[in-house]
Design a protein around this ligand. Structure first.
Ligand code: PEP
Ligand code: MN
Length: 333
């Protein structure tokens, strides 16, 4: 971390600051130039409060040289992380297709969708049981019963399952859930992230609607710092001034996250655009940009879906999508 002092800073003020920094367990390299005095902080600055130093009267600016995220950081872990989910791998060149309805609605619905997406090449079944809806009057999910139905679909098809946990009190229902999803709205629920750090299964962490990539990585860091290093990062569209789609898919997040971190990166094209006909182009763009997979909403009767019907693919559209992804991946190899 580099601290640039204001020109008028007195020697006494400077020494007080250096003494305080040293009391934090860091060394200080002092460089007094003609125009500027600069302090180089040496040691682990992860827990140093940058804003606190910036706020001091004698400080002009502060620059962090090493990021605060350590475990998620590519600098300390050169190889891509690869996790096993069921019989499939996330990372290591495998493009993981995660598909299923927004919400689990009934046994017939989830089992029929599970069978069809499996036949088309999905490796993981999605389905919400605890739903974070914008309106409290909308369908909130089948809760524990929804997880029971997902487990039936898992038994029927052999597909592992991913579903969202909104509150740690729901964890008791997640014993046989293969991947736990943290939704966009909970990306910065630090207490939840800390608790999930104690779990031994992959966590699919969605980017918040208005969060930077660094903030996403710091949230991954919360889970990893707790001992669970299996975090899958998911870009699901962010809030911008654009209104043509539900959100704006940040395709640039894929190369940027992959440069900053060794964790797998997937895309959710469904929540990014909110419109079924845009799901394919966004998916193909994600495949071309190097994503490790997608999580996509598929419904056997989108018109009647209790949640997110307009953005849900029909099973045959999903089958077609899988084939197109293969072609794009072949083309960019
Ligand atoms: C979901 O995947 O069902 C969901 C609610 O997504 P997000 O948290 O990205 O809005
Ligand atoms: Mn949805």
């Amino acid at each position: 971390m580099i601290v640039v002092l204001k020109q008028g800073a007195s020697q006494e003020q400077r020494e007080d600051l250096i003494e305080w920094i040293k009391s934090l367990g860091l060394d200080v390299h002092l460089s007094i130039g003609k125009m500027q005095t600069v302090l180089g902080l040496i040691g682990d600055t992860a827990s140093v409060d940058k804003e606190l130093i910036e706020g001091l009267a004698i400080v002009e600016s502060v620059v962090r040289i090493t990021e605060q995220f350590k475990k998620a950081n590519r600098k300390f872990h050169d190889d891509d992380s690869v996790f096993e989910v069921g019989n499939a791998k996330i990372g290591d060149g495998n493009f993981m297709m995660i598909a299923g309805p927004c919400s689990v609605e009934s046994e017939e619905q989830i089992c029929a969708i599970a069978e069809s997406v499996k036949a088309s090449g999905a490796q993981l079944l999605r389905g919400g049981a605890f739903k974070p809806r914008t309106s409290p009057y909308d369908f909130q999910g089948l809760h524990a019963d929804g997880i029971e139905l997902l487990l039936k679909a898992k038994k029927l098809t052999g597909l592992p399952i991913v579903t969202e946990l909104m509150d740690i009190s729901q964890l008791k229902y997640f014993d046989e859930v293969d991947v736990i999803q943290v939704g966009a709205r909970n990306m910065q629920n630090m207490e939840l992230l800390k608790q999930l750090g104690k779990e031994k299964k992959p966590i699919l962490l969605k980017r918040g609607l208005a969060n930077t990539l660094k903030e996403l990585l710091m949230s991954a860091e919360y889970i990893m710092a707790g001992g669970n290093e299996q975090v899958i990062l998911c870009e699901r569209g962010i809030r911008t001034f654009e209104t043509a789609m539900r959100n704006t898919l940040d395709i640039g997040a894929i190369p940027a996250l992959k440069e900053l971190s060794h964790l797998p990166v997937i895309i959710d094209p469904s929540h990014a655009c909110g419109i079924a006909r845009y799901v394919k182009p966004l998916t193909l763009a994600a495949a071309a940009a190097g994503a490790d997979g997608i999580i996509v909403e598929v419904h056997n009767n989108p018109e009647k879906a209790l949640c997110d019907g307009p953005q849900s693919l029909k099973p045959e559209q999903f089958a077609e999508l899988v084939k197109s992804v293969e072609k794009v991946r072949e083309a960019v190899k």
